[in-house]
Every structure is written in C-alpha cells, then in structure tokens.
Design a protein around this ligand. Structure first.
Ligand code: KIV
Length: 272
C-alpha cells in the first residue's frame, strides 16, 4: 500500500483500476435518491451503486426481480443530480438484458441517456457474454457481478454462500477472467468464500469489489440502508452496522407523536 493516497477530483473507471494497481482499497455503497446520494458523495465514497436492491429497500419487494427499467432510471437520475465526485454505476434490472444482446444495449443506452449515469452493472458470466460485449462496443463501461447473483434467486433457491463446491468455484474463476478479457472495468463478487475471492482478485488486473467476499479483494460494497441500521431484519455475517438508525428514527418519531399530542410542539418560538 502506497503511503501517499492519491486525491481523485472525480472518480472514473480508470481511477478504480489505478487504485487497484496502487493498493488503495475502493469504497462503494448503494444510493437510490438525491438526499442520500448527496451525503454519500460528500462523505467521499468512490463508487455509488444504484442497485436493483432498490426493489427491496425502496419498493418493499421480496426480491430484486420486479423492479423495472423505468424505475431504475428514476432512481439513477435522482442520484446523479447529487454527485460531485463519485462514479455512479446502475444495475440493469432483471429481464432487460438476458434475452438478447440488442435488447441489452437498448436498456443500457436508456440508462446512460435518461439518467446521466457513468456505467452499468450486469449479473452473470459466460451466459451473458454477448450482451456485455455489445454494450461495451457502444462505449458504455460495464461492471460485472458474480457469485451470489440475486436476480437468479429462484435458480439458487437460497441466499447462502455460493461457489463452495469446486465445480462452481472453477466456473466463477473462468467467468472473472472472461469478464476481464472482454473489457469489464470491475467485478462485484457477492457472498463467496474469502479464499476464492482472493484467488480471483490476484488473477485479474481489474478491481474486484466484494460483498460478503472477505478482505482480500480490492474494495467493499454494502447496501446503504443496511450499514446505517435502517433495516433490521437482514442480518448476514458480512454486514457491519455503523449506526442503529432504525431505533434512532423510531425514537425520534415516537417523540414527535407525543409532542404533537401533548401540544409541546410547536412552542411560541416555533410559530409566526
Ligand atoms: O443491488 C445491489 O445493491 C447490489 C449489491 C448488493 C452489490 O448489487
């Protein structure tokens, strides 16, 4: 790790590759709206992911499958207005890139044109290779996503750790190499053994950003609402909660209700 950390006025896909080669870890969080994105960007995050986890966190769906392209564009365009420094990556939602490469390109173009985002993320390896190549050929940067890919939850059946078996681990390693070779600028690895994530990170020159993939990767990503403790039913081992906002917000709102009922709010000083 170099001692002098380079300052990036604006983070680009190239900055991330430079960070990896200089041993600087990459920080990434999700955001789905203007107010949160303003705080996250201002705090110095490198990458903001407008994740399709918005389907769970914002819309209350059980999985990421129902969120639409229009909804992702709405979230992304709110986020992009708040940004001074971070690189903004947007998930292509389920059903907008798997069926054919032309549709994948059309979906990616809509995100880039209508939201102003800087890059897109797609889940999968060799099975979506042609879609990724088509998007890259149009000049749109692509981040890959391997391991636990939540859009395939009905194939997996559970959200448990992926690639513990040799066969799946081997496929994942090959997919990571493939994504690097065709031109992806980074890869998210979700919920896989730390030793496998390390092997992948050491075998490619593009950054590997982990979520539940241990510490031997090039950066970390978490869902913002989880790490702030706004959600409280989701408790995987990899999640570190930096605040307990669920409790703090509940306390504040309970107090407000009480104050209104008791006519303690507003006071003389709080009226005109
Ligand atoms: O949608 C999302 O939030 C994600 C992260 C879990 C990486 O894809």
């Amino acid at each position: 790790m170099s001692s002098a950390k380079k300052e990036y006025k604006r983070v680009t896909t190239k900055s991330l590759v430079d960070m990896k080669s200089q041993g600087e870890k990459i920080s990434m969080l999700t955001a789905y709206d203007y107010t949160m994105a303003k705080i996250v960007d201002g705090a110095g995050i490198d990458v903001i992911l407008v994740g399709d986890s918005a389907s769970n966190v914002m819309a209350g769906h059980e999985t990421t499958l129902p969120i639409t392209l229009d909804q992702m564009i709405y979230h992304a365009s709110s986020v992009i207005k708040a940004i001074d420094r971070s690189l903004v990556v947007v998930d292509l939602p389920f059903g907008t890139y798997q069926s054919d490469p032309k549709e994948a390109l059309r979906s990616a173009i809509r995100i880039m044109k209508e939201s102003g985002a800087h890059a897109v993320k797609l889940e999968g390896g060799k099975e979506i290779k042609e879609s990724i190549k088509r998007i890259l050929n149009a000049g749109i940067p692509v981040m890959g996503h391997l391991g636990l890919t939540p859009q395939s939850i009905y194939k997996f059946g559970t959200y448990t750790v992926r690639a513990k078996e040799e066969k799946e681990a081997e496929q994942l390693k090959q997919d990571a190499k493939l994504l690097e070779r065709i031109g992806c600028f980074a890869i998210v690895l979700e919920k896989i053994p730390a030793s496998l994530a390390r092997e992948v990170a050491e075998s490619v020159s593009i950054p590997i950003i982990g979520i539940g993939a241990g510490k031997y990767v090039d950066g970390q990503v978490l869902v913002l609402h989880d790490m702030l403790g706004m959600t409280h039913e989701f408790n995987p081992r990899f999640l570190r909660r930096y605040l307990n906002l669920y409790e703090e917000m509940t306390d504040a709102i309970t107090q407000y209700v009480e104050d209104v009922k008791n006519v303690d709010f507003p006071t003389d000083e709080e009226q005109y």
